[in-house]
Write a protein that binds this ligand. Structure first.
Ligand SMILES: Nc1ncnc2c1ncn2[C@@H]1O[C@H](COP(=O)(O)OP(=O)(O)OP(=O)(O)O)[C@@H](O)[C@H]1O
Length: 278
């Protein structure tokens, strides 16, 4: 059951649109990934099964090299599983998917384009009509607090602002699924907190399903409905933790809740137990 602060029926949360609560947005069935290199074979993922509901926010944590990025690449169709099946919106993923948004640790903006034109690049690549794309870009610029910086070039923006531009670009085509690979890892602690608060709001406003890879346990618990904890390579899912917090979360209040303490404690225990065996 999705958690909301009040009566779910009384909200106009887009994530509660007809049927959205129960339908599967992303599904991995008994997936394994093996890489063959000249020197050795590496099993990156093994026995991974995961079902993410439409509108859900799932965070993935685990030790370095456990296959978190590999998992996102499978969902994006950038990589095929060695065995098992990956489904996006109920459809088997057979190649690169256009109906996703992807945000990486580095914003990867084009230096010679303004913030606005970096965002609109997504529309150009997809052939989204100009007027529609501009209106959507304006909405996103407002939503992410970039107003006033539309015409700035990347070097004139802070790291946090550059990541906001990358987020707008990833959301321009209204993807049902947003994949985020350690998107705030390069930001200072304060900016990272601000970005967490903004991402929580954007997630609620857009109704997008989010898969977030992060090395930060507090970030995972503050943002997610569920946190998937992975084991070292070959990456398997050790445990999935239901955070049990309402979707709308004030930062300071959330960090002081018993649910936040219990979830972060459990994840630390799992990851600690993992490193003790390494
Ligand atoms: N194209 C590839 N060829 C060979 N091995 C690969 C390839 N891509 C990933 N691997 C290996 O698969 C394993 C999982 O890599 P992946 O990048 O998914 O881990 P990760 O959990 O995201 O790591 P990190 O937290 O350090 O970013 C690693 O051992 C990595 O070296």
């Amino acid at each position: 059951m999705r958690k909301t602060a009040g009566d779910p029926k009384a909200t106009d949360d887009p994530r509660l649109a007809a049927g959205a609560e129960t339908s599967s947005a992303v599904r991995l069935d008994d997936v394994a990934v093996r890489f063959r290199t000249k020197k050795k074979d590496v099993t990156a993922l093994q026995d991974v099964s995961l079902d993410v509901r439409a509108g859900e926010f799932v965070a993935i944590v685990g030790p370095s090299g456990c296959g978190k990025s590999t998992l996102l690449k499978l969902v994006a169709g950038l990589l095929a599983p060695s065995s098992g099946e990956v489904l996006l919106g109920g459809e088997r993923v057979r190649g690169p998917r256009r109906d996703i948004g992807y945000v990486f640790q580095r914003a990867a903006l084009l230096d010679w384009r303004t913030a606005r034109r970096n965002i609109l690049l997504q529309a150009e690549m997809r052939g989204i009509p100009g007027a529609e794309a501009r209106a959507r870009a304006d909405d996103l610029i407002r939503m992410t607090g970039l107003g006033g910086f539309e015409d700035a070039y990347p070097h004139e923006l802070s790291g946090g602002m550059q990541q906001r531009v990358a987020l707008c670009r990833a959301l321009l085509h209204e993807p049902p699924v947003l994949l985020m690979d350690e998107p705030f890892g390069a930001l200072d602690a304060l900016t990272r907190e601000q970005m967490n608060v903004e991402l929580n709001r954007i997630w609620r406003e857009t109704g997008t399903t989010v898969l977030l890879v992060t090395h930060s346990i507090p970030e995972a618990v503050y943002l997610a409905d569920r946190v998937v904890v992975m084991s070292p390579r070959p990456g398997t899912i050790t445990e999935t933790i239901d955070v049990g917090l309402p979707a709308e979360r004030s930062y300071a209040t959330t960090l002081a809740t018993a649910e936040f303490g219990a979830a972060t404690g459990r994840i630390r225990e799992l990851l600690g137990a993992v490193s003790a065996h390494e």
